[in-house]
Design a protein. Structure first.
Length: 121
C-alpha cells in the first residue's frame, strides 16, 4: 500500500543507477514504507539489521563525544548500502547493486532524507 513517502522513495530508486531498494524505517527497525525490486521481506530484513548497526554506531559516537552520524556507507562485494538519518528517530536505507556511481547515490539519499523529513511534518 502506497504512502505519502512512496513517491520520494521511488524517485530515489529511479535516479540512482542499479538501485534496487529503498526503505524508510524507524530506529526500532519497523519499516514505514519501502519500494524496490528485491523481494519485500529481504529489503525489510536488511533495513532492520542495518538500523541496529546505525544505533550501535550512534552510541559509540556519543560515547566519544564525536557527535551523531548522519550517514553510513557500506560497500560489499555485490551490494552497497547507504543508511541516512532522517531525524526524529527515522532513517533511510538505499540498497544498490555494484557497480554504481557513489556520488549520485549519496546525493540522492541526502535529497530523499530532506524530502522525507518535510513530509513527516
Amino acid at each position: 500500500m502506497a504512502t505519502s513517502f512512496t513517491p520520494i522513495l521511488q524517485r530515489t530508486i529511479d535516479k540512482v543507477p542499479n538501485a534496487i531498494a529503498a526503505v524508510f524505517a524507524a530506529y526500532d527497525g519497523e519499516a514505514v514504507d519501502q519500494v524496490g525490486q528485491r523481494p519485500k521481506y529481504d529489503s525489510l530484513l536488511i533495513a532492520a539489521h542495518y538500523g541496529v548497526l546505525l544505533n550501535q554506531v550512534q552510541s559509540l559516537l556519543r560515547l566519544f563525544h564525536f557527535g551523531a552520524a548522519e550517514e553510513i556507507f557500506l560497500h560489499h562485494q555485490r551490494m552497497d548500502f547507504i543508511i541516512r538519518t532522517v531525524g526524529d528517530g527515522y532513517y533511510l536505507l538505499l540498497a544498490v547493486q555494484s557497480p554504481t556511481h557513489v556520488a549520485t547515490a549519496l546525493r540522492e539519499v541526502s535529497t530523499a532524507a530532506i524530502a522525507l523529513r518535510r513530509e513527516m511534518l
